[in-house]
Write a protein that binds this ligand. Structure first.
Ligand SMILES: Cc1cc2nc3c(=O)[nH]c(=O)nc-3n(C[C@H](O)[C@H](O)[C@H](O)COP(=O)(O)OP(=O)(O)OC[C@H]3O[C@@H](n4cnc5c(N)ncnc54)[C@H](O)[C@@H]3O)c2cc1C
Length: 373
C-alpha cells in the first residue's frame, strides 16, 4: 500500500471535486481521489450541459449569477468559449396559466425575460403545436456549457500547480487520529488535515465513513435521450421546457436531447435509462412539439442528488471540524461549480477577505448545520 501526506484530500473527481481542488492547489497541498477510471463517469458526464440563470431556487439562481464572471475568467485563460448562446423557453398549456403566473412572479427580478403568446413562441420554435401551448416565457441568457472543457480546465489547473488526481482509488475507510485523518483507498493510504466530501450521490456514505451524521441526501434519477426529428432545422432553437418541468428538449448539433424531467428516487450507483421513462418523455414531447421521430439515437440516465431543501450543502461539518461538505447540487452542479469551487476553497483556507455580504448570506444558506441542529 502506497502512502501519501497532503493538507487537503478531496473525495470525488467530478466537477465539484475538480473545481474546489483547482482553487486550492496554488495555496496548499491537495490530492483528489476518484473511484472510477474516468473523473466524469457519473453525474458530471451525464448532464445536458445547460447554464440557465432562471432555473432553480433563489439560492441556486444567485450562485449561478455569481458563477458567471468565473466562467468568463476560465474562457479568457483558455482563449476558448465554454458558454455558447442557447436561450430557454418555458411553455404552458391553458390549464397551466396559474403555474406560469407563479413562475413569472418568482422570476420577476430577472430583467431579460419576455412573456410571449403562442405566435411569438412559434417564431422561436416553429414546431410548437398551436393547440397545445397557450403562452411562453423566454430567457435569452441561457447558454450551452462545454462541460468537458470546464472539467479539464480545473483538472489541468490542479496538475499545473503540483496537485494530483488519483483515479481508480475508491475511499474504503476513514479514520480520525487526533485532528488528522487516515484515509484508506484501493492501493494508497492518504494522511491529511482536511477532507472535502465531493462524492456526489455517495456523499452521505462518505460522511458516515468519517463518523458524521447523514444529511439526508437523495439521489434522484433523471433520464435523457437523443433523437433527430426529420422535419425541422432546429440547431438554433432554445431549450424548450414545460413550465412545471414535465419534460424538456435541448437542441444540439445533429440531434435533440429530450427528457421526461423525471425524479425517481434511486441509490448511489451507475444508473441506466429505463424504456418506460424514454417512452413517457417522447410521449410528452411529441404532444407539445410537431416532431416526426423515426428512432432514439442514444439514451442515458444520471443521478441528481438533492438535500432535503433542494439547495446544496457547502461547509464544515458541525461536529467534525475538518470535514467539509460540498454536495447536493441537484440539477445545477455544472452551472454553479465555478462559484461553489471558489467559495469552498475560501472557506477551507479560512479566507474571509474575498467575501461580500452576498457571500455571507449564501454561506449561512448553504451550511450543513441547517440539517444537523
Ligand atoms: C440527466 C442530467 C442532466 C443534468 N443537466 C444539468 C445541466 O444542464 N446543468 C447543470 O448545471 N447541471 C446538470 N445536471 C446536474 C449535474 O450533472 C450535477 O449536479 C453535477 O455533475 C454534480 O457533480 P459532482 O461532482 O458533485 O458529482 P459526480 O460527477 O457524480 O462526481 C462525484 C464523484 O465521486 C466519486 N466517488 C463516489 N464515492 C467515492 C469514493 N468512495 N471514493 C472515491 N470517489 C468516489 C464518484 O465516482 C464520482 O465520480 C444534470 C444531471 C443529470 C443526471
Amino acid at each position: 500500500m502506497d502512502k501519501l501526506s497532503v493538507d487537503v484530500l478531496v473525495i470525488g473527481g467530478g466537477i465539484a471535486g475538480a473545481s474546489v481542488a483547482a482553487n486550492l492547489t496554488s495555496k496548499t497541498k491537495v490530492v483528489v481521489v476518484e473511484a472510477e477510471e474516468h473523473p466524469g463517469f457519473h453525474s458530471t458526464g451525464r448532464s445536458v450541459a445547460v447554464y440557465a440563470p432562471m432555473y432553480g431556487s433563489k439560492v441556486i439562481r444567485d450562485i449561478t449569477a455569481m458563477s458567471s464572471p468565473l466562467f468568463k475568467k476560465a474562457e479568457d485563460e483558455l482563449s476558448q468559449a465554454i458558454l455558447s448562446q442557447r436561450g430557454f423557453l418555458f411553455i404552458a398549456k391553458k390549464h397551466q396559466h396559474q403555474a406560469m403566473n407563479n413562475l413569472r412572479k418568482e422570476l420577476s427580478k430577472l430583467s431579460n425575460l419576455t412573456h410571449m403568446n403562442i405566435e411569438e413562441a412559434q417564431k422561436l420554435v416553429p414546431a410548437i403545436k398551436s393547440q397545445y401551448v397557450s403562452e411562453a416565457l423566454f430567457d435569452p441568457d441561457a447558454k450551452d456549457i462545454d462541460v468537458s472543457t470546464l472539467h479539464h480546465y480545473y483538472i489541468n489547473q490542479l496538475r499545473a500547480c503540483g496537485g494530483k488526481i488519483l483515479l481508480s482509488q475508491r475511499v474504503k475507510k476513514i479514520e480520525q487520529i487526533g485532528s488528522h485523518y487516515e484515509v484508506v483507498c484501493d492501493t494508497v493510504t492518504i494522511f491529511c488535515n482536511k477532507i472535502v466530501n465531493a462524492a456526489g450521490a455517495w456523499a452521505d456514505e462518505i460522511g458516515q465513513l468519517a463518523g458524521c451524521k447523514k444529511l439526508g441526501l437523495k439521489p434522484l434519477r433523471r433520464t435523457a435521450f437523443s433523437f433527430e426529428p426529420d422535419n425541422w432545422d432546429y440547431k438554433d432553437w432554445p431549450v424548450v421546457i414545460d413550465c412545471e418541468e414535465e419534460f424538456y428538449i435541448k437542441p444540439e448539433t445533429g440531434s435533440i436531447i429530450g427528457s421526461p424531467a423525471d425524479e425517481t428516487e434511486d441509490i448511489p450507483r451507475d444508473v441506466y435509462a429505463e424504456e418506460i421513462d424514454i417512452a413517457i418523455g417522447m410521449d410528452r414531447i411529441t404532444a407539445a412539439l410537431d416532431f416526426k421521430v423515426k428512432s432514439i439515437q442514444s439514451s442515458w440516465a444520471g443521478l441528481r442528488t438533492f438535500t432535503p431543501d433542494r439547495d446544496p450543502v457547502v461547509g464544515f461539518d458541525k461536529k467534525h471540524k475538518n470535514f467539509f461538505w460540498l454536495a447536493g447540487q441537484g440539477g445545477y452542479g455544472i452551472q454553479t461549480a465555478p462559484y461553489l469551487g471558489k467559495l469552498s476553497s475560501d472557506l477551507i483556507l479560512g479566507n474571509t477577505y474575498s467575501q461580500t455580504t452576498e457571500d455571507s448570506e449564501l454561506i449561512t444558506a448553504l451550511s450543513p448545520n441547517r440539517f444537523n441542529k
